[in-house]
Design a binder for this molecule. Structure first.
Ligand code: ST9
Ligand code: ZN
Ligand code: ZN
Length: 324
């Protein structure tokens, strides 16, 4: 018989399989206790405090620094939207090696877990949306789906169902595996050091403003924008494509995530490279992917036909608007 609480008790264990049995039992407990990861609570509170301080420093930042902050925000966003999301999670288009390297660098700038982990969790999110196996299950409320889920241990169902997801394409992508290997170093350099040092070195901005404005404020703004997709866009908005699911069309989220707030459309047609019916409307990411295709760096964009969209809207939509 195993006792879990301390090392001495563990030493009494006669059979290592007892340990496995306990894990197995926990795995099938539908409501395991919530285990708070206090390290992450402190980390998130510190980052948000730093970002808030950055907000107060904005008036003292030079125009060049503010432009740099916007550039960093855009690069950060593309690393998630065009990279981790539309390319690596959904394979909605193909990208050359050099574009994948660029997107992986942008992804490290976003510091939202490495591409492999992000895409794995996102595939689980789509397949098991709004269940215990969804890493940010919106049925557990706004706070949990927004930020709470990064401060507690995952529900065992997330891991159990996640293990059934095919990740062979990610494992075969050398760029993804290289970024996974050097993730911490790449985050340190691209999310914190580069945004801070560029304004200091090139136009004499103070290191404090560099760290707190293009550094922390930019990082936390896009992190919260991303989280809004999981929280707000899973709760509020129209459902013109499928009224039977929670994901909704949310304009504010589309704006802040450069094109990822058309969430009812996205959950209905997850393989569409534009993640929206409406082309470039509030969708800089689609513009970017099209431009990459124009340059010959991307190809094979998957798009849902107008006929298919209209048929689906008639069948399952909430009739909140007609297809444009
Ligand atoms: C951050 C948040 O990184 C990331 C934000 C991403 C938001 C994604 C939103 C996507 C939806 C949006 C919709 C579309 C639009 C998108 C564009 C938007 C613009 N399957 O994780 P562990 C296994 S915050 C299979 O430690 P715990 C696996 O073996 C900033 N297996 O679980 C794993 O080991 P490994 C920085 C899975 O202990 C092992 O379990 N990041 C799966 O419960 C343990 O995994 C942080 O602060 C799965 N799905 O801890 C880090 N999951 O992978 C925050 C796990 O090593 N994270 N396994 O082989 C953590 O500290 C921890 O993950 C934890 C859970 C405390 C949250
Ligand atoms: Zn979603
Ligand atoms: Zn998705």
């Amino acid at each position: 018989m195993i006792k879990q609480q301390n090392g001495d008790a563990m030493a009494e264990t006669s059979d290592v399989h007892d340990d496995l049995d306990i894990n197995h039992k926990n795995l099938h407990d539908p409501n395991p206790p919530v285990v708070v990861v206090w390290k992450n609570v402190v980390w998130m509170a510190s980052l948000h405090s730093g970002a808030l301080y950055g907000l107060f420093l904005v008036p003292s930042a030079s125009v060049s620094t503010l432009i740099w902050t916007a550039v960093c925000y855009l690069l950060t966003a593309l690393g998630i939207t065009a990279g981790a999301h539309r390319l690596w999670s959904h394979r909605s288009y193909k990208a050359t090696f050099s574009l994948r390297v660029f997107l992986a660098l942008c992804n490290s700038m976003a510091f939202q877990n490495h591409i492999y982990e992000w895409s794995r969790d996102h595939r689980v999110h789509h397949k098991h949306s709004e269940t215990n196996a969804d890493p940010h299950n919106a049925k557990r409320g706004f706070f949990f789906s927004h930020v709470g889920w990064v401060m507690v241990r995952k529900h065992p169902c997330v891991i159990e169902k996640g293990q059934t997801i095919d990740l062979s394409d990610l494992k075969a992508d050398k760029v993804v595996m290289f970024q996974k290997r050097y993730y911490r170093l790449s985050v340190l350099i691209l999310c914190f050091v580069v945004p801070t040092l560029v304004p200091w070195y090139f136009w004499g901005e103070s290191l404090v403003v560099g760290y707190f404005v293009p550094g922390l404020l930019r990082y936390m703004s896009f992190l919260n924008a991303t989280w809004l997709v999981n929280s707000a866009a899973h709760m509020w908005g129209n459902r013109p494509y499928d009224k039977n699911i929670n994901p909704a069309e949310n304009t504010l989220v589309s704006f802040s995530t450069v094109g990822e707030g058309f969430h009812n459309y996205h959950h209905t047609f997850p393989f569409d490279y534009a993640a929206s019916e409406f082309g470039y409307k509030l969708n800089l990411t689609t513009m970017f992917i099209d431009f990459m295709c124009f340059l010959g760096l991307a190809s094979d964009r998957k798009k849902v036909s107008k006929e298919m969209i209209i048929a689906r809207m008639k069948r399952t939509g909430d009739y909140s608007y007609r297809s444009g």
